[in-house]
Design a protein around this ligand. Structure first.
Ligand SMILES: Cc1ncc(COP(=O)(O)O)c(C=O)c1O
Length: 385
C-alpha cells in the first residue's frame, strides 16, 4: 500500500526541527540575520574583536553571570570547552566524576585514561538514573553534567555542592545553558556551546571560570602537556585577552554573527523568559507522556526528568517491546520522510528511545501538533510488526 493513502490529515508542525543539537533556530530567524557578517575580515581587527566581545557581554547579561567570573570563546564546541577545563584545571586534587549519559561518561575517559589521574572516584549511573551525589567530597575536584542530553535526566539542584569548598566544580552545561538557570555560586568551570539552548551554529565553545578557577590557573601547572588550543594560561599567567574576545585561533565570523542574532533574541526574553519557554514546551509533552499507555520517560524519577531533552521509550511491559529498536527506527524515519519531525531518535549509544528537544527556540504549538503524529506513527509501526 502507498504511504500517502494511509497518512492522516492532521495539521503539521510549522517546523519539523525537534533535534537536540544543533537545535532549531530562534523564532523569526532568517539568513538576513547574517547580512552584516564580517566576511573575509580578521577576527583580530578592532571590529572583529568587538563582535566576539559582544558575544561575551550578551552571554553574561542573559545568563546572569557575576562580574567576578570570566568568559572565553574557544574552539571545538562544548567538547573543546570542556576538555580545555579538564586539561587546565585537574590534577592537583583527588577527583570525583558523576556520569549518567553518553557525554558524562566520555569525561571519565579524559580523566582516567587520558590524564591518568590516579586518585579518581567514578560514580556512574545507568541511563535513566542519577548517581549518588552524597558521595561527593568538597575537598575534591568534581566533574558532572547538568543535563544528560542522551538520558533525559537532569540534576534537580546543586544542593549537594557547598558554597565553601576546596575543590573545583567542572560542569558540562551543554544542554542546560540558556534553557535552564545555572547556579553560578556552585560552578567553577562551566562549558557549553552555541548550538543547543540558542540554536546557533556549531563549532565554538564557551567556558565560564569562577575566581577560584582563575586562581588555580595562576597557582598550578599540570604535569601533562597542554595543547595550545586548550591553553588558558602561560607559565601561570592567565591569558587575559581570551576573556575579552581575543580567541586562541580563528573563529567563523558567520557563526559569530549568527550567535549574536540568537543572543539578541534571547536577551529580550532574559533567563526567566527562556526558562519559561522551556518549561512550557516540556509541559506539552508531560501532559501526553504522564498518562501514555505504551510510552514512558527514559528517566526513572520524575523529579530528575530533563525538561530540555525529553527522552522516552516504549514501556517495558508493552507489546512488541522486543522489537523496540526497529519500531523506533521506523517511526523516526517515517516522521522525517513526511517532514513532521527530524532527528528525534536518541543518540546511538543511548538505549533505544526517542528524544525531543524542548529548549526555548522550539514553539509549544509545534509540540502540540507533533503529538498526534507520533501516536499515529507508533500505532502504525505496532500494527505492522
Ligand atoms: C551533555 C553534552 N555534552 C557535550 C556534548 C558535545 O557537544 P559538542 O558537539 O558541542 O562538542 C553534547 C552534545 O550533544 C552534550 O549533549
Amino acid at each position: 500500500m502507498h504511504l500517502s493513502s494511509l497518512t492522516p490529515t492532521f495539521q503539521k508542525p510549522q517546523s519539523p526541527l525537534f533535534g537536540s543539537g544543533p537545535t532549531k533556530k530562534f523564532p523569526g530567524w532568517t539568513f538576513d540575520h547574517l547580512r552584516d557578517t564580517l566576511v573575509s575580515r580578521s577576527h583580530r581587527s578592532v571590529i572583529g574583536i568587538d563582535r566576539l566581545h559582544q558575544i561575551i557581554q550578551l552571554t553574561r547579561e542573559i545568563l546572569e553571570i557575576p562580574d567576578s567570573h570570566q568568559i572565553a570563546i574557544l574552539a571545538g564546541s562544548a567538547t573543546g570547552a570542556m576538555e580545555t577545563a579538564l586539561w587546565s584545571l585537574l590534577g592537583s586534587r583527588d577527583t570525583d566524576i558523576f556520569a549518567w549519559d553518553v557525554f558524562g561518561k566520555l569525561w571519565i575517559v579524559d580523566a582516567v585514561q587520558q590524564l591518568k589521574i590516579s586518585s579518581t572516584r567514578v560514580f556512574e549511573a545507568e541511563f535513566g538514573e542519577l548517581p549518588d551525589f552524597t558521595q561527593y567530597h568538597p575537598n575534591n575536584d568534581v566533574i558532572f553534567t547538568w543535563n544528560g542530553t542522551t538520558a533525559g535526566v537532569c540534576v534537580p539542584n546543586l544542593d549537594w555542592i557547598p558554597e565553601h569548598r576546596q575543590g573545583l566544580t567542572i560542569c558540562d552545561a551543554t544542554s542546560s545553558a540558556f534553557a535552564l538557570p545555572l547556579d553560578w555560586a556552585k560552578l567553577d568551570a562551566t562549558a557549553f556551546s552555541w548550538q543547543k539552548g540558542l540554536g546557533g551554529e556549531a563549532g565554538h565553545g564557551m567556558l565560564v571560570l569562577s575566581p577560584r578557577a582563575l586562581d588555580q590557573l595562576q597557582s598550578y601547572t599540570p604535569s601533562w602537556p597542554i595543547p595550545r588550543l586548550f591553553r588558558l594560561a602561560n607559565n601561570q599567567q592567565v591569558l587575559t585577552g581570551l576573556f575579552a574576545g581575543k580567541t586562541i585561533n580563528t573563529p567563523s565570523m558567520l557563526c559569530v554573527e549568527d550567535c549574536i542574532a540568537a543572543l539578541k533574541w534571547a536577551k529580550n526574553l532574559g533567563q526567566k523568559g527562556l526558562t519559561k519557554r522551556t518549561f512550557a514546551n516540556f509541559s506539552v509533552l508531560e501532559k501526553w507522556l504522564d498518562h501514555h499507555s505504551y510510552l514512558t520517560y527514559l528517566s526513572c524519577d520524575k523529579a530528575n526528568t530533563s525538561p530540555t531533552s525529553v527522552c522516552f521509550k516504549i514501556k517495558d511491559d508493552a507489546a512488541l517491546k522486543n522489537q523496540e529498536t526497529i519500531i523506533i527506527q521506523q517511526v523516526c524515519q517515517q516522521l522525517a520522510d513526511l517532514n513532521i519531525a527530524c532527528d528525534i531518535k536518541n543518540h546511538m549509544f543511548a538505549p533505544p528511545s526517542f528524544r525531543i528537544w524542548c529548549g526555548p527556540t522550539v514553539e509549544s504549538s509545534d509540540l502540540e501538533l507533533l503529538i498526534p503524529w507520533i501516536d499515529w506513527a507508533v500505532d502504525s509501526a505496532f500494527s505492522n510488526s
